[in-house]
Structures are given as structure tokens and as C-alpha cells.
Design a protein. Structure first.
Length: 319
């Protein structure tokens, strides 16, 4: 089996959940090692070991936290020359995309982006990449080593495999040329709400909600269920809600236990971001809407009447 690296993204010292999703995939593809850079890297090694990493390469230089992408690129390129893994997996997140693209250019290899799955075949790796809004899957083979593949978040469920990782400190020469884009401030959005991508229940609204003034109905239902509110691209483009709420190919991918699509027709651009949900419920006036065909339960009717009634029923059940 080949050697597989997972780029374990850290966010202000905390291991990103997407890193553990990659570990679940990596275990199917070869001998797994992880690379963690910046503050908290050594602390993250224990968790990575439980999820299947045999070795975790760490470097806690402050440059990885203070500068954008280039120090991490330099460190990975240097470590690659020593270790020569066959495959490097990155999560399809803004920070990891910055590093993966630069690393591919540095190593003069291609990069496969937005993969939903990766399989080992013929001594190499093939990524399954959705297109046409997720209606089709393209098989893309990496022809050079290392194969560098960005995997879409929520494509895999994290799961512990047991074990302990060997932690290896490595030195990386980070020259001044890699210290150009400096992070001068971090602003954390204060919120008591459940994060959309982590929610166990997601209620998403589309044009069938009639307008932005009706989205509080979804918020009330989400609060009653302990969930989060999402939206289709159409309503985001219309300015009804912010982009941070968008679910779909160009938005966030979610994998909740229950997904409730309210007034959403079910365009492929949207469904690619939520089709991995365990249970899908659709509320729509149109019984022939595409979303109804993929729903486990379809409710035909006026969402503006059904949603308040559902919220009231949930609240009554809790009493």
C-alpha cells in the first residue's frame, strides 16, 4: 500500500473537523500519516492517532499561524523531498485550498479539486469529482506523484480506528520570501446558534418562502429542533440571506441527521450539498418538484402555513 498524507488543518490551535473526515478516507487508501503545522500541532497528534495516523509530522513555528499559506507550502515541499508520499489529501476549505494549489505548483504536479471520493487503483489514485451540479461523476486520475487531491467537506463521516501516532518534529526552513501575506487581525463572529455545517438538523429555505421577511419562520423551527437554517443559491443571489447560509455546490456541504427543504425545487446545484443527509424532508407546493423524488418524506402544501404548524407541534411535544 502507498503512503498517504493528510494535511491536518488547524484553526487557532484547534484541529479542524474536516481533517478527521479526511482520516476516514485515508485509511482506505494506504498507510496514513498526517502533517500538522502551527500552534496546537502536537496536541492534535493524539486525536489524529486515534483516527488512524501512524505518524504525525509536526512543526509549531508561529509563522504558520501568522502568515497565509506560503510557510505551510514551503514546509510541506521540504518534507515531501524527505518522505515522498504517494498521495496528499487536503480538505476543500479556503485555507487548505491556498496551500494545496501552491504546493502543486512547487512540486510541478497537477491538482484535483472538489472530489467526493478517492479510490486506489492500478498503483495510483482516481478521484470522483461531481459535475453538472452533481448529476454526473467524472473519474480523474493523478498521473504524477504525489497525487494532490482536495476533498469536499462532509463527504465522509469521521470515525476512530484506535491506535497511537508516533509524533515526529521536523525542521522547516521558512525564508522571508514566504512571509508576505501577514494576518493582522482575526474577527470571530459571535453567535449562540448551531453552526450550519455541524448541525444535526438543517432547515433550508428557497424561493417558496416568498421573501426574506418569512425566513424567521425557519429560524423559529430550527431553534425548536436545535438545528440551523440554510438556504438555496437562488435566495442568496436575491439578497434575502447572507452567503454564509448557502447550501450547495458553491456553498456549504452538510450531512445532518435530518434535512428539511422548504420551498426548494431541488436544482442539482443545491442537492449536491445536502444529498448525504440521512433523512430528507421536502415541503413544497409542487408535488412534481425534483426535491420530492429524493425526499424520504414529501409534504405538499403552503410552506408558510405548514412551517408554523410544525413549530407549534414541536414546542407542544417538549412541554
Amino acid at each position: 500500500m502507498g503512503k498517504v498524507w493528510v494535511y491536518a488543518e488547524l484553526n487557532q490551535g484547534a484541529l479542524a473537523p474536516t481533517s478527521l473526515e479526511l482520516m476516514a478516507l485515508a485509511r482506505e487508501l494506504g498507510d496514513v500519516e498526517a502533517v500538522a503545522l502551527g500552534g496546537g500541532a502536537k496536541a492534535a497528534a493524539a486525536t489524529l492517532g486515534k483516527h488512524g495516523a501512524k505518524v504525525v509530522h509536526v512543526n509549531e513555528d508561529a509563522a504558520f499561524d501568522d502568515f497565509v499559506a506560503e510557510p505551510a507550502t514551503a514546509a510541506l515541499a521540504s518534507l515531501y523531498k524527505e518522505q515522498a508520499p504517494d498521495l496528499i489529501l487536503f480538505s476543500f476549505t479556503p485555507d487548505s485550498r491556498e496551500v494545496a494549489g501552491r504546493l502543486a505548483a512547487r512540486l510541478e504536479v497537477g491538482l484535483i479539486s472538489n472530489a467526493g471520493n478517492v479510490v486506489a487503483t492500478g498503483g495510483g489514485f482516481v478521484a470522483k469529482v461531481p459535475y453538472f451540479g452533481g448529476a454526473k461523476l467524472a473519474s480523474m486520475k493523478a498521473n504524477k506523484k504525489p497525487a494532490i487531491i482536495l476533498v469536499r467537506p462532509k463527504s465522509f463521516e469521521p470515525s476512530e480506528a484506535g491506535g497511537t501516532a508516533e509524533v515526529k518534529d521536523f525542521k522547516a526552513s521558512i525564508d522571508e520570501g514566504s512571509k508576505r501575506a501577514h494576518i493582522i487581525e482575526r474577527v470571530v463572529e459571535a453567535s449562540e446558534k448551531v453552526k450550519l455545517e455541524d448541525a444535526k438538523v438543517v432547515i433550508s429555505g428557497g424561493r417558496g418562502m416568498g421573501g426574506p421577511n418569512n425566513f424567521p419562520l425557519l429560524e423559529e423551527l430550527a431553534n425548536a429542533l436545535g438545528g440551523a437554517v440554510g438556504a438555496s443559491r437562488a435566495v442568496v443571489d436575491a439578497g434575502w440571506v447572507p452567503y454564509s447560509m448557502q447550501v450547495g455546490q458553491t456553498g456549504k456541504s452538510v450531512r445532518p441527521g435530518v434535512y428539511i427543504a422548504v420551498g426548494i425545487s431541488g436544482a442539482m446545484q443545491h442537492t449536491v450539498g445536502m444529498k448525504a443527509s440521512k433523512i430528507i424532508i421536502a415541503i413544497n407546493k409542487d408535488a412534481e418538484a425534483p426535491i420530492m423524488k429524493m425526499a424520504d418524506l414529501g409534504v405538499v402544501g403552503d410552506a408558510l402555513k405548514i412551517v408554523p404548524a410544525l413549530t407549534a407541534a414541536v414546542k407542544a411535544k417538549k412541554k
